[in-house]
Structure formats: C-alpha cells, structure tokens
Design a protein. Structure first.
Lengths: 663, 71
C-alpha cells in the first residue's frame, strides 16, 4: 500500500474494520484477558496472606477465619472466572469426552474442597493454591491466544486483503458500490493507489500494478489493454478501466484463501503419534494421579502430602503442547508461504519433501514461458498460401503449437479456410481436408505413419531442432510442401533455479512431448542434462512411476494436462500461473510462474518440518520429565501449573521463530 | 458426498479438537472429519441428506458452539 495517499489508506483500513467485526480469535483473547485480570485481583491478596503465614509465621487472622477468608476470595476465581474451564472439565469427566480442562477442573475443585476439610483437621488447606492454579492457567491461556493470533496473522491478512468497495461505470457516471454488488461484465474504474476490486480484464488505460500480495513478486507488473488483473492487487500510477471477469468465490484471492484454509485441515503424518497420545492422554493422567495418591498415602500415611502430589500430577500434564506442535508450525509455515506465493495445500507434502531425490520438470509452461511463437516458415509454396492452409487446419486444435501457428496467420491478416473431416492425432499432429485436399500437419511420426517422404526438408528440420525449436511438417496430398519452426522461450530465471537445485544435489529431469533433439537443446539452455523426450501427455504419469523406483519424486508442472503426473508424484508442485490456477492437482501450488518458487517451496517445507520435529520433541520431553517430577513429590502444585502453561506457550513461540527464516 | 466447513467457538486445546472429531464421527452419514484448532474450523465430508442440526447438536453436546456453516 506504499503508493496510497494517507487519506485513502485510512479509509481502506476503516473499511476493513467496519466490515470485519470481532473474530473468534479476538473474542477468545479478550475473554482470557478479562479472566486473567479478575483472577489476579483476588489471587494477589490470597498469595500475600499465604506468604506471610508460611514465610514469616505472621498470623494476620485467627486460623479458621483465615481459612474462611481464603475460601471466599478463591470462590469467584474458580467458580466465576474459571467457571467455563471447570464446567467443560467436569462435563468431560461425565461424558467421557475428556479434555485438558478435566485435569484442571479436578485439580482445582479437589484443592478448593480441602479448604473446608481442613477446618476439621483432616487435611491441610490447598484452597488458596486452587485459586492460584486458575490464575496461572488463565494467564497461560491468554499468552497462548496472543501467540496463536500471531501464528495465524499472515493468513488473516490474506482474508482481509480483498477490496470492500468498487467504483463502477454506469453510463458515464462513476458510482461506488459494495464489492458484493459488482457483477460480471461491470466496468470498474481503478485510480492510482487503489486496490483492484476483483479479477478482470483491462479494457482501457495503462498502469503498473503491484501484485506482491498475491505472488510475492516485488516488481510491479505493467498492465495494458487486454491484460488480466487480479483482485486485491494495487494499481500504482495510471487509471485502469477493468471489465470484471470473476467475482466473489471465483476470484483468484478467494481460491488462495480457500486453499490455505483447507490446508490447515490436512494432517502431517508425523503428528499421528502425537494425536494418538493426546486422545488417551487425559484419562491416562487421571489414572496415574489416582494411583499416585494411593501409593503416597500407603507409603507416607500423610493425606495432605499425597493429595498435594496428586494435584500436581493433574495440573502439570499437558496434552496441549503435543497437540499444538504440528498445527502451529504448519500454520506459520503456510502463512509465510502464502505471503511469498507458495501455497501449501497438503500438510503431508512438508514431510514428504525432505525425502525427495528427483525433481521432474514439465517443459512447456514450466521451464518455458508456454507461449510458443512461430519463428521460421520454410516452404516451396507462396508463404501466405502456405500459412493459410496450415493456419486453417491448426485452428481446430487447442495445442499451444497450433495456437502459435493460428496466431501467426491471424497477425498476417490471412483469411482462414473451412476444414472438413479433421482429426487430432494425439502426440503427432492433425489431419483434415481443405478444399478437397488431404492435409497433414505434424511431426515425423505422423509423416512416417502415413508413408510421406520428407527427406527434402530433413536437414532444415534438424537445424531447427538443434536450436531447440519444435518443427511441424506440412503435407498436401501426401507431398511435403514446407515446415514451420516454433520456439518457446525459457523463463528468465529457469536456469538460475535449476542451478540452485543442482547445488542441493537433486536429480533434475525434464519431461516433454518434443522429440529428443529439440528437447535436449532447450534443456541445455535451462542447465538440465537429463531429458525424457517424446512422451505423450498420458504417459507422463508412467515416467514418474519409473523414476519413483529410485526414490521419492517431485513433479513440477503447469497443472492442466499434468494433473495425473502431479498426483502420482510424491510431491506435486503445480504452477498456478495467473488466474488459471490449477488447484486440484498439486500438493503445493506456486502462485507465481517462476521456478525460483520451487526452490523456495523446498526450503519452506524443510524449515517447517524441522520446526514440527523440534516442537514434538520438546512437547514429549516436557511430559516425560515433568510428570515423574510431580509424581515423586518434588513440585508444588502452583509450580506445576506454571510449568504446564509455559510448555504450551513455548511450543507456539518456537513455531513463530519460523518467521525469521529466510526462504 | 458433500463437503462442509464449520466455524466453531470455544476450542482451546488439542483434546478439544480430537473430542469434536470423535463426536461428529458418530453422527450418521458423516464420512470424514478434520478439525483445525488453529483456524477454529472443522472440515466435514457428509452424505447429501445429513441433517446439519444433528452435527451442530453433537458438537454442542461436547461443549462447543457452531457459529457458522459453509456448504
């Protein structure tokens, strides 16, 4: 938003807030904050009394009066501010849907009850302790909710990215409407510094547009008449007139949000063990604490001491750190990814990525720009006549090469002819009849199959292929009349990205339908020395399977025709270039077309997985050390509670450190 | 088969998420449940004719509130 005037900026911020209300996260945070403040108001005097009593043996009140005062002070802490926790916990105990509240509830209620029992001399008084447990518990929860908010910050930013208003052109009047009222086909006026409200097509005007929030690409992109623009990107210096092409749920931003949100619902396999433990954790701890009480009672014959230790066990055990270990790291990781145009769709990919040995790149649209252009026309016929026939037949196919030839014909204003009985031969070319003549356009295979001799052009074909150009042969009534060379330039940073991957010791393979020579020439330019050429679109999947015999494989493709290969690969990385995002096929989708994104995606996955492992390790270690400590009576219940609160906060804190990593 | 997305209020720990998963799975016609603690969302795969109210009730019973259902 750097190019916005302060006034516009303020307005936009205002819009964002007024439309958003209070989120669940904020509500949760505010709730804990309130509980925390009130709890401490009551707990501070309790703690003071207890301190004087224990440390200095100063008796402010007579013993029983003191007990009653503490019971009264502790009551609201537990049964008002801590009520939701207590209620949830007790409910859990009865319905067998145990949660960590069950542990806290049981611990505090028993501790509170000792306040009454102590008056009859049965046990010593833990009621003050019970209030302190709740106070520390709410404090821990509050800090945790702040940390959780931080962890989901990037994703929430994404949700708020969309524009709220649009200025549409009605007649020659500009009227401002809510974004929800914009319809497909509306003409939207976007002034410098404003957000582009929705996906559309520029019909008038020229400007640079900052797309960094969507693609992570920091350089502004020039937009002219006919360019596609993406909603939520920022128009920088010119006025753009845009025809809305996609609205609401169908926009690119909406797709990204859906994708990132859904990813949070996917599991990372390493979490499975932690999940299993979490699900039996609470009942196990309940049993352990009962056994602890019985054992200690048997050994020490001291009810008070046994009870204190049992309470410590209840409150120190923390399933939260275990349960939060993976989701928090995944959340932070996918947030950072989204900011950089790397959309993690499946949590599993993060774990699989580190096992990947081979990366297969599709050629067209992945290594190359995917926009082939005609570079050579060699024919014995008149060039326009030749192109007329070629263009007419190619018009029936949607293949990128066909489109390049049609475009060439159209640019030369050649009127195309009617085609009869056409047939697309997959991976070979096209057949058809034009003005009664049998036309064949395609590669050598097609010519060989139809016994057409192309020897006359063989040298020229070879020369074009050496330059990395795809060559099609045109035959009229079984006689070759010429060839067309089509080149698809490689993307600017493909070479750099491949170099980086080679440095990381990946085996890099390029796969393509082109013939060996053309493919090799292109691969060379991109720095790739292993090529699988002549592959039919439907066979890419089989090639992936073959390579999988040597270890895990990642496949990078542009999503549409590569879907089966992307699915077959251990990690599918789809290039979601522009607005035609191929959501369903990849485990990871790159919003930006650049191959550098592949390098970043690998780094991000590895770093995120490292964090998950660290978190799980610490969460396990915490419980493995803390529970026995409590069990052997070395920890006071209040200390136990502080330790518990710290453990879950530290897991989230550690996940947040991921944001400092450069990817 | 249909996918729905619920927004749930009141989850605050890992066992909350697994409790909701357990409770919702018991509703007839529910195929798959994944609860995301971090986003307060539940992603549920169900048969077409499953009553949304029943899912809400199941979640309510274990102590959480469904604030939004997206189809």
């Amino acid at each position: 938003m750097k190019n916005m005037t302060p006034k516009e900026h303020a307005k936009m911020q205002h819009d964002e807030h007024s439309h958003h209300g209070v989120s669940i996260e904020e509500k949760e945070m505010n709730g804990w904050k309130k509980k925390l403040i009130f709890s401490w108001i009551f707990v501070v005097p309790i703690a003071t009394f207890m301190l004087f009593d224990r440390l200095f043996k100063i008796i402010i009140f007579e013993e029983n009066i003191m007990r009653i005062i503490i019971l009264i002070l502790a009551f609201p802490v537990i049964f008002i501010f801590g009520w939701r926790t207590i209620k949830q916990g007790i409910k859990g105990l009865f319905t067998f849907y145990f949660n960590m509240d069950s542990l806290i509830a049981l611990g505090t209620v028993i501790a509170y009850a000792t306040g009454f029992l102590s008056m009859f001399g049965i046990v010593s008084d833990y009621s003050g302790v019970s209030a302190m447990i709740i106070a520390f518990f709410t404090t821990g929860k509050y800090v945790e909710s702040i940390a959780k908010g931080k962890a989901s910050q990037e994703i929430r930013k994404l949700l708020q990215l969309g524009a709220k208003k649009a200025r549409i052109l009605k007649g020659n009047k500009e009227i401002e409407v809510d974004i929800g009222e914009v319809e497909i086909g509306d003409i939207i006026v976007v002034k410098p510094g404003e957000k582009i409200p929705t996906d559309g097509l520029v019909i008038k005007g020229e400007s640079a547009v900052d797309e960094s929030m969507i693609s992570g690409e920091s350089m502004p992109v020039d937009k002219i008449k006919g360019s596609n623009v993406i909603g939520a990107t920022i128009n920088q210096d010119g006025v753009l007139y845009i025809k809305a092409t996609k609205i609401g749920k169908d926009t690119f931003l909406a797709h990204i949000i859906k994708l990132v949100e859904e990813a949070q619902g996917t599991k990372v396999p390493i979490q499975k063990l932690a999940d299993k433990i979490t699900s039996i954790f609470v009942p196990t701890i309940l049993v352990i604490s009962v056994l602890t009480f019985i054992d200690w009672l048997y050994i020490s014959k001291d009810v008070s001491k046994s009870l204190g230790i049992a309470i410590s066990v209840l409150v120190i055990a923390c399933p939260c750190a275990l349960g939060l270990a993976t989701p928090t790291a995944l959340m932070v990781g996918s947030g950072i990814g989204a900011k950089n145009g790397i959309l993690i769709r499946k949590g599993e990919a993060i774990q699989t990525m580190k096992e990947v040995k081979t990366i297969i790149f599709d050629k067209t649209g992945t290594i190359t720009k995917g926009m082939p252009e005609v570079t050579e026309i060699i024919s014995e016929m008149d060039e326009r006549e030749f192109l007329k026939i070629a263009g007419s037949l190619e018009k029936v196919s949607e293949h990128p090469i066909s489109r390049a030839i049609v475009k060439e014909a159209e640019e030369k204003k050649i009127k195309l002819l009617e085609v009869k009985k056409f047939h697309v031969e997959r991976g070979r070319g096209i057949k058809g009849i034009i003005q009664g003549k049998n036309i064949l356009i395609g590669n050598r295979k097609l010519m060989d199959e139809n016994k057409i001799n192309y020897n006359k052009y063989e040298n020229k074909i070879m020369k074009l292929e050496d330059e990395g150009k795809t060559t099609v042969i045109v035959s009229i009534n079984k006689k070759v009349t010429g060839i067309i060379g089509v080149a698809d330039a490689i993307k600017d940073d493909s070479l750099e990205a491949i170099k980086m991957l080679h440095k990381k010791n990946y085996r890099i393979v390029m796969i393509t339908g082109d013939n060996e020579k053309t493919a090799k020439a292109i691969a060379l330019k991109a720095g790739i020395n292993e090529v699988i050429a002549n592959v039919l679109p439907e066979d890419k999947e089989k090639e992936v399977i073959k390579l999988q015999k040597n270890g895990m494989v990642a496949f990078v493709g542009d999503g549409i025709n590569d879907a089966p290969a992307l699915k077959q690969a251990n990690v599918g990385i789809a290039m979601g270039t522009g607005t035609d995002i191929a959501i369903e096929s990849g485990d990871i989708v790159l919003a930006k077309g650049s191959l550098i994104g592949v390098v970043s995606a690998i780094n991000l996955s590895k770093e995120t997985f490292k964090k998950i492992k660290q978190n799980l390790f610490w969460a396990f270690i915490y419980n493995i050390i803390a529970i026995p400590l409590a069990l052997f009576g070395t920890l006071n219940p209040v200390v136990a509670e502080i330790a518990m609160a710290t453990s879950s906060v530290s897991v989230i804190g550690n996940a947040l450190l991921l944001r400092r990593k450069k990817i | 088969m249909k996918k729905i997305k619920l927004t749930i209020e009141g989850m605050h720990c890992a066992s909350c998420a697994s409790n909701i998963e357990r409770a919702v799975k018991k509703v007839k016609g529910v195929k798959e449940v994944v609860v995301s603690l971090m986003t307060n969302k539940a992603f549920i795969e169900i048969d077409e004719d499953v009553n949304r109210e029943e899912i809400k009730k199941a979640i309510g019973k274990v102590g959480y509130k469904v604030v939004d259902i997206e189809e």
